[in-house]
Write a protein that binds this ligand. Structure first.
Ligand code: BGP
Length: 473
């Protein structure tokens, strides 16, 4: 028998500053690496960028009113670091702090729990220019100064905090695939930047305890659980290898304060392992999280066959189904299509059982509560006559994943909340405005910001009922 969702379960929705706010240079904000990168030719889908995005900066009151109408219990958003510190450090910009204070106060007035992400990829360009952002240990103190400013300001109002959003996915794009700023393709630098990000994450968590004693903090991890392509031992080994290097590398380091042994051994042999200085492991083990945030979109299936010549991931940014090639690491693993699951137009496996598996793996291995900080379906949506969007495919996706949450709770997982990605339609980093995730349609495309009107999709009305019934749908 299934257990009910616990009382106080955080039915939420999520966003990130660069993807919704717009107002990219308003009220003293400095440029982030994305403000610069997205304007370089050929970096994003049809040159889309977040200069205006969905103008949440100016329309947050309207957006929060829609959240309240829906009955949302939690809203996860991120703070733009260069809105607070235009140069990355120094004296805070009061106008930037005031914006988030208004947002938080408006949420609280509507009984919506704010879930605040400290870093969702918008590094101040000034720090990238000065010392290379995550590649230099000076970032640790600057990140801490920024975070402490937010802890001090919002400690009494915000209980749930996310430290780094998807360090794994962001830095893979930034330092392996060359698809996020600073667009480097160098695995040595990739692991070095990750190591420094781990140190920054742990340092900030340790500091958090002093400033926000009643709060809870954890990183959000882009978790694509690995499946073996078959029970052939070579496929089983490839699956273990992928789980070790694509998941445990981050999760173990966050939650145990040490790297997983096999992966560390391989990387030491190839010369790609990070420099671990005396004292680093103490820092990591003193900044363990209170919960694991999981951004779940898909599972990945691995084979151990024909591993020579396999190359790194190439991301489908067009929505042309079936255009994503296999990817992997020579000698370790290679992705393959899973014949048992459907895929989205962006070739992402639609696998709600994978979410149940993800939640159980996390709960069993780390013995921590979990919060789903993102889950959703990016698709082309059609605005039709009468201002309607019939996104039944999204309802089906979300319903199956909410059911998977209930199954995981019944399996014993301590699940704090479920934040769908996303509340309104927003900018997708590499896929522009055509790849929509929201419960609320926003009338704009890549070229034309039109009037940015907000239109409730069918999924809006569906999720409202889910929340009202505490998941009894
Ligand atoms: C996660 C990010 C989000 C969001 C989401 C959807 O990786 O944390 O910011 O963008 O994925 O991905 P995409 O926009 O590439 O479809």
């Amino acid at each position: 028998k299934l257990k009910a969702f616990p009382a106080g379960f955080l039915w939420g929705a999520a966003s990130a500053a660069y993807q919704v706010e717009g107002a990219w240079d308003a009220d003293g904000k400095g440029p982030s690496v994305w403000d610069v990168f997205a304007k370089l030719p050929g970096k994003t889908f049809q040159g889309s960028n977040g200069d205006v995005a969905v103008d949440h900066y100016h329309r947050f009151a309207e957006d929060v009113a829609l959240m309240a109408e829906m009955g949302l219990k939690a809203y996860r958003f991120s703070v733009s670091w260069p809105r607070i510190f235009p140069q990355g450090r120094g004296e805070p910009n009061e106008a930037g702090l005031a914006f988030y204070e208004h947002l938080i106060d408006t949420l609280i007035a509507h009984h919506i729990e704010p879930v605040l992400t400290l870093y969702h990829w918008d590094m101040p360009q000034a720090l990238q220019d000065e010392y290379g952002g995550w590649e230099d240990r000076r970032i640790i103190a600057d990140f801490e100064h920024y975070c402490v400013t937010l802890f001090q300001r919002f400690a009494g109002k915000v209980k749930y905090w996310v430290s780094l959003n998807e360090q794994n996915y962001n830095l893979t794009n930034a330092y392996q695939l060359g698809t996020h700023p600073p667009a480097v393709e160098d695995r040595k630098r990739f692991f070095a930047a990750n190591h420094i990000a781990f140190l920054a994450n742990a340092s900030v968590i340790a500091t958090f305890r002093r400033h926000v004693p009643n709060g809870l903090i954890g990183p959000s991890f882009a978790y694509s659980p690995a499946y073996p392509g078959s029970s052939a031992p070579a496929d089983m080994l490839a699956f273990e290898n992928a789980e070790e290097l694509t998941n445990h590398w981050w999760l173990d380091t966050y939650c145990f304060g040490r790297y997983p042994q096999a992966a560390l051994t391989w990387l030491t042999e190839t010369g790609e392992a990070p420099d671990i200085l005396p004292g680093d492991l103490e820092i990591l083990s003193q900044g363990l999280p209170d919960f694991v945030g999981v951004n779940y979109y898909q599972t990945l299936t691995y084979t151990g066959n024909a591993l020579d010549g396999v190359t790194l991931q190439r991301i489908n940014t067009t929505g042309q189904k079936g255009t994503t090639p296999a990817s992997g690491i020579p000698g370790l693993y290679k992705t393959m299509a899973n014949p048992f699951v459907e895929t989205s137009n962006w070739d992402w496996a639609i696998d709600p059982t994978g979410l149940r598996i993800a939640l159980r793996r996390l709960a069993s291995r780390y013995a921590l509560p979990v919060m789903i900080t993102e889950n959703g379906l990016g698709e082309f949506d059609q605005l039709v006559a009468g201002d309607r969007v019939h996104d039944d495919y999204r309802i089906a996706y979300l319903k199956a994943h909410v059911e998977a949450c209930q199954q995981a709770i019944s399996d014993g997982v301590q699940l704090l909340g479920y934040c769908a990605w996303s509340f309104t339609d927003i900018l997708s980093w590499l896929n522009g405005y055509q790849k929509r995730y929201g419960f609320v349609y926003v009338d704009r495309d890549e070229r034309d910001t039109r009037d940015l009107r907000r239109i409730r999709k069918d999924s809006f009305h569906w999720y409202k009922k889910v929340i009202a019934s505490n998941g009894e749908i």
